[in-house]
Design a protein around this ligand. Structure first.
Ligand SMILES: Cc1cc2nc3c(=O)[nH]c(=O)nc-3n(C[C@H](O)[C@H](O)[C@H](O)COP(=O)(O)OP(=O)(O)OC[C@H]3O[C@@H](n4cnc5c(N)ncnc54)[C@H](O)[C@@H]3O)c2cc1C
Length: 301
């Protein structure tokens, strides 16, 4: 582990949460320090014998290829330094990306969750939604094969197989990527029998990606995996329900906590601030509290 690693981790976590909430300015000083640290370490931290993200530190990876997967989302595939080793990331982890788009003096830091299989050697893949005027998403969409990007690993909820009977993964928009990583990690682990329900709110039908992957999970693990889509403005003839992720939608997905079979549900949430606010409310309010979930059952990415 490189010097200074332990002390930087809480700063990075705070920064990652803050940027996700759009309060970047308040962390400008921390960000500047981290940026300097990133540039200092970018070529110095890879230990040749270990997977690249098995310990904390900044690593620079080369972009191998890109693929537009819908009207606003790109898949970016980055090469790992050792083609024979996986990334070293564990369930659930994200990567903090660091860039200086358009010659900015202060770095832009945003977390992204790899959607590639964490056991796969040689590469990682991100799915990045483009936000109008979004600093990092615009930069990432502009990258071409051969360009590089600097990353640092961030551990999220450390997943313990079979700790809960059932996990509810509630996502809005691009917040689906941590949910996909976890759902796949659970289902591909023969020692983990946790049931998984995904509820995903999007704006339009064309915002939905990973649909084939979720359908394959539902086919392969009937009774253990279910994905429910809720579309704010669905197409005429859309197979999905219209609206937002409400109490009724979650009840319809079988997620009322009062039901005996749901007493042990862990609820994970990742979405835009308005959605998280509606779900989690404040001090015992919000949709999840109304459904009977206690605060310690709920985790926000
Ligand atoms: C743990 C975690 C994992 C994530 N993984 C992914 C991922 O795999 N793929 C991915 O695309 N994103 C992911 N995100 C979101 C990502 O980190 C950025 O917040 C997002 O890309 C926007 O950054 P930006 O710099 O482009 O936009 P900014 O410059 O920060 O914001 C520009 C404008 O875009 C809009 N905007 C920004 N973020 C959101 C949002 N989340 N919802 C609605 N509107 C928004 C707002 O109108 C904002 O004013 C993740 C977030 C977290 C917390």
């Amino acid at each position: 582990m490189p010097p200074g690693t332990t002390t930087l981790q809480p700063v990075l976590r705070a920064t990652h949460r803050a940027t996700a909430m759009g309060t970047q300015v308040a962390f400008a000083a921390a960000v500047a320090g981290i940026g300097a640290y990133a540039w200092y370490l970018r070529n110095n931290t890879t230990k040749p014998d270990k997977p690249v993200f098995s310990s904390f530190g900044f690593r620079t990876l080369r972009l191998d290829s890109t693929e537009l997967i819908n009207h606003n989302t790109k898949k970016l595939r980055f090469e790992l330094p050792d083609a024979s080793k996986p990334s070293g990331l564990s369930l659930t982890s994200a990567l903090l990306t660091i860039s200086f788009p358009n010659g900015r003096w202060l770095p832009v830091l945003r977390p992204y969750t790899p959607v590639s299989d964490l056991n796969e050697p040689g590469y990682i893949e991100l799915m990045v939604k483009l936000y109008p005027n979004g600093k990092q998403s615009t930069h990432l969409h502009s990258l071409q094969p051969g360009d590089t990007l600097t990353f640092a690993p961030i551990k999220e909820l450390a997943w313990t197989p079979n700790k809960h009977q059932h996990v509810a993964l509630i996502a809005g928009g691009a917040g689906i990527t941590p949910m996909y990583q976890l759902a796949r990690g659970i289902l591909h682990n023969p020692d983990d029998q946790t049931r998984v329900t995904v509820v995903w709110g999007v704006n339009t039908d064309e915002d939905i990606f990973l649909k084939d992957e979720f359908a394959a999970m539902a086919n392969k693990y009937p009774g253990r995996f279910k994905a429910v889509y809720v579309v704010a403005t669905p197409d005429a003839g859309s197979p999905h329900q219209r609206g937002f992720v409400t109490k009724q939608v979650l009840e319809g997905a079988g997620l009322a906590a009062a039901e005996e079979k749901n007493r042990d549900v862990k609820v994970l949430v990742c979405g835009p601030p308005a959605m998280e606010k509606a779900l989690k409310g404040k001090k015992g309010t919000g949709v999840l509290a109304e459904l009977g979930y206690k605060p310690d059952q709920v985790y926000s990415f």
